[in-house]
Design a binder for this molecule. Structure first.
Ligand code: E4P
Length: 218
């Protein structure tokens, strides 16, 4: 499974890059607004830190023409930029055109199998299926992920299923069980994935016993 980091925070992205685990980055207008730096500068800075797909989202969701203009702007910023396109009839026209031009796309705010099917038929590189927002309202976000993974395999689409709106390590467990290709993980959740009290106490005990033993590496 590929790990993307779901962040526009350069410090977080640097730390994850140092961990050696990051395969790509997803941003969205909310994450970028939180950082308050320029869109282009931030995306280009991210591309200089991570050598992998970096999603930059278009915002004119109701007009294919406007989205296409925005798509060409963001994709000119760096060869690794993937154009993130909100799902919908206008968005899917954009995805078809960009796919024909050889530009990679990440279709976002997907919640159902039928939406993912349409996005895959339009040629999406990544299908961003949101799970946390569904679980937040007592749904089962991972159901659509499982269905979409099966659909992609069954019909041999080239699209990869990307689990988004991740809230906890448990979402990653379920994403692995569903066979998802990618999870885009908030920094805090990635940190939590390292943690286990028995790992901490186990390491402490080994360290103490080693010190007491008087042994060394000679
Ligand atoms: C996906 O690419 C989105 O940026 C993100 O996962 C949305 O997550 P949220 O529901 O925490 O806003």
């Amino acid at each position: 499974m590929k790990f993307f980091i779901d962040s526009a925070n350069l410090d977080e992205i640097r730390k994850v890059a140092e961990m050696g685990l990051v395969d790509g980055v997803t941003t969205n207008p909310t994450l970028l607004a939180k950082e308050g730096k320029g869109f282009k500068t931030t995306i280009q800075e991210i591309c200089s830190i991570v050598d992998g797909p970096v999603s930059a989202e278009v915002v004119s969701a109701t007009s294919a023409e406007e989205m296409l203009k925005e798509a060409h702007i963001v994709s000119s910023w760096h060869p690794n930029v993937v154009v993130k396109v909100p799902f919908g009839p206008e968005g899917m026209k954009v995805v078809k055109k960009l796919t024909a031009e050889g530009i990679k796309t990440n279709v976002t705010v997907l919640f159902t199998l039928t939406q993912a099917l349409i996005a895959a038929k339009a040629g999406a590189t990544f299908l961003s299926n949101f799970v946390g927002r569904v679980d937040d309202i007592s749904g089962e976000g991972m159901v659509a992920v499982r269905d979409s993974v099966n659909m992609v395999h069954e019909y041999e689409f080239k699209s990869e299923v990307l689990v988004a709106s991740v809230r906890s390590p448990q979402h990653i467990v379920e994403a692995v069980r569903a066979g998802a290709h990618i999870a885009t993980i908030p920094f805090k959740v990635l940190e939590q994935m390292y943690q286990h009290p028995l790992t901490t106490s186990g390491i402490e005990r080994f360290t103490e016993d080693w010190k007491k033993s008087g042994l060394n590496f000679d």
